[in-house]
Design a protein around this ligand. Structure first.
Ligand code: ZN
Length: 228
């Protein structure tokens, strides 16, 4: 089985993350930035959103598989459709290595592309994710699907004053298996949600360009330049 994810070590205090294989501009930006910055990164390697973990027990029983969304595994609860043995194997080979890797960094920046028209900063204002937001700023009504989700007030202030739409996540957020909920009151975490631009638009790399600008803003927020 090909490795389903890769951990890239880094010298910086933050690590980048690309969880969803079907969000290729986000992965592209993640890999390019990690090469340029020599920072740590966690990258899921497949091209699909759902990832297949397979496990062959030593007693000769047939191979078992568990199909999962990498942004729904961050919980201590057993998934409904998984046996305990498979769950333990999954935890030791996927969950724990990544979780321990995160421990090396003070901040984690996750890159997503958002292809669902209904998913936007508005989902946190008056939609079904209302209880996830402690505060929000809707800075760009034209582009409300380009936004940040943050766990720290400092990043909320920095990014919203930079003209971006930002959701400051409620620290008591329901644990839905997402990484932002997992890190809620544990770690400095920034999720960059960039709308997927259509490929037939005037500039086919527009999604990556916007995402790079958003990543640059996130990095300025966590690494302010020292005044001399
Ligand atoms: Zn995603």
């Amino acid at each position: 089985m090909a490795e389903i994810f890769t951990l890239y070590p880094g010298k910086e205090e933050f690590c980048l993350l690309a969880l969803h294989g079907d969000e290729w501009p986000a992965r592209e930006v993640c890999l390019r930035a990690r090469q340029a910055l020599r920072c740590g990164a966690v990258v899921f390697n497949g091209k699909k959103r759902l990832v297949i973990f397979s496990s062959t027990p030593e007693n000769g029983s047939p191979e078992r598989i568990f199909e999962f969304d990498p942004n729904r595994i961050w919980t201590h609860q057993l998934a409904k459709d998984i046996s305990y043995g498979l769950y333990l194997d999954f935890r030791s080979k996927v969950f724990w290595p990544i979780r321990e890797f995160f421990e090396k960094f003070k901040a984690v920046i996750s890159l997503h592309n958002n292809g669902k028209p209904k998913f936007s900063v508005r989902s946190f204002i008056d939609g079904d994710l209302k209880e996830f937001a402690r505060a929000y700023v809707l800075a760009n009504p034209q582009g409300e699907r380009d936004f940040f989700i943050v766990t720290k007030e400092e990043d909320f202030k920095n990014l919203s004053s930079g003209g971006f739409s930002v959701v400051w996540q409620n620290p008591g957020v329901p644990k839905d298996g997402s990484l932002s909920a997992w890190f809620a009151n544990k770690k400095r975490f920034i999720s960059i949600e960039t709308r997927t631009r259509p490929l037939n638009s005037a500039d086919p790399r527009e999604t990556e360009k916007i995402q790079l600008q958003m990543l640059a803003a996130a990095l300025r927020s966590i690494k302010p330049r020292r005044r001399t």
